[in-house]
Design a protein around this ligand. Structure first.
Ligand SMILES: [Zn+2]
Length: 248
C-alpha cells in the first residue's frame, strides 16, 4: 500500500518535544510515510537538520518564516546556502509574506527575495507562506519566475478556485490541509474538486492547524469524498505529486 506524505509538519516545534517519538510512531501507524519539516527561525535550523538525520521519515525545508524576518542577516544567508547542500534537505521554507502579523513588509520582502535567490541557486522548490499579501507575493513570484524555474507549494491554501488556477498555471502546487475540514471553508472545497489532481498536496501544519498527525488521513478522506474517488487514489496521486516536486 502507498503511504501518505505530509508536506508541512512542524514536528520540531518545542511544544512537541516531549511527545515526539510517540507522534512519529502514530504517524507511521496511520500510514504516513514521509513528513517535510519546514524551518521557522534561523536559530533552530541546526536542530532541524539533526532531527531529520535521526528520523528516516523526516525531510527538511530550512528557511526563515516571514514573521521572523528581522532575523535575516548575511550570516543567515550563508548558513542557509550551506544547508541547501545537505542530505534530506528537499526545499527552502517556509518563506513568504505575512500581512497580518510580523515586521514591516519591506523587511519581509527583502528576506524572502534573498531566500528565493538561494533556492534558485540550489535548484530546490519553496514552501510558501502567504497571509493578507497574496497579490504582492504573486507579483514577486512572477517577476523572479519561481514557478517555472523551481516550483513550490502554496502552503495552507484557503483560496478560491480562481486563485488556485493562477498558482497552478504559474507552476505551483496547492497545499491542502485541515482548513478543508472546517464547516466554514466555503471556497476551498470547490477548488479541491476542480483543480487537476497533479496540483494537489496534503499537509497538517502540525501543531498549529492540527494536534495529531492522523489529521492528514482525515484531510485525504475529505479530498476523496469531494472528488468522488477512492481514498487510495488520493494517497497515490498526492504521493506522486510530492515525490515529483521534492525528488525523494
Ligand atoms: Zn508552517
Amino acid at each position: 500500500m502507498q503511504l501518505l506524505i505530509d508536506t508541512h509538519a512542524h514536528i520540531d516545534a518545542p511544544e512537541l518535544a516531549g511527545g515526539r517519538p510517540e507522534l512519529l510512531a502514530d504517524a507511521a501507524r496511520a500510514g504516513i510515510g514521509r513528513l517535510i519539516v519546514p524551518g521557522v527561525r534561523s536559530a533552530d535550523w541546526q536542530a532541524l537538520l539533526q532531527l531529520v538525520r535521526q528520523q528516516d521519515a523526516l525531510y527538511a525545508a530550512p528557511g526563515l518564516h516571514p514573521i521572523y524576518a528581522e532575523q535575516w542577516s548575511e550570516a543567515a544567508a550563508e548558513e542557509l546556502h550551506e544547508l541547501t547542500r545537505q542530505p534530506k534537505v528537499v526545499a527552502v521554507g517556509e518563506i513568504g509574506l505575512d500581512g497580518a502579523v510580523g515586521p514591516a513588509l519591506e523587511l519581509q520582502e527583502h528576506a524572502m527575495r534573498e531566500q528565493l535567490q538561494i533556492a534558485l541557486q540550489a535548484n530546490l522548490p519553496v514552501l510558501l507562506h502567504a497571509r493578507k499579501a497574496t497579490g504582492r507575493l504573486l507579483e514577486i513570484l512572477r517577476e523572479m519566475e519561481i514557478g517555472r524555474r523551481i516550483g513550490g507549494v502554496w502552503h495552507g491554501f484557503s483560496g478560491s478556485l480562481e486563485v488556485g488556477q493562477v498558482l497552478w498555471r504559474l507552476g505551483f502546487k496547492i497545499g491542502v490541509g485541515p482548513i478543508l475540514l472546517r464547516p466554514s471553508a466555503r471556497k476551498l472545497p470547490q477548488a479541491v474538486v476542480e483543480l487537476p489532481q497533479e496540483a494537489l498536496l496534503l499537509e497538517t501544519d502540525l501543531p498549529d492547524m492540527a494536534e495529531r498527525p492522523e489529521a492528514l488521513v482525515a484531510v485525504a478522506e475529505r479530498v476523496a469524498e469531494l472528488r468522488g474517488c477512492p481514498l487510495e487514489e488520493v494517497v497515490s496521486f498526492t504521493g506522486e505529486n510530492a515525490r515529483d516536486l521534492f525528488h525523494f
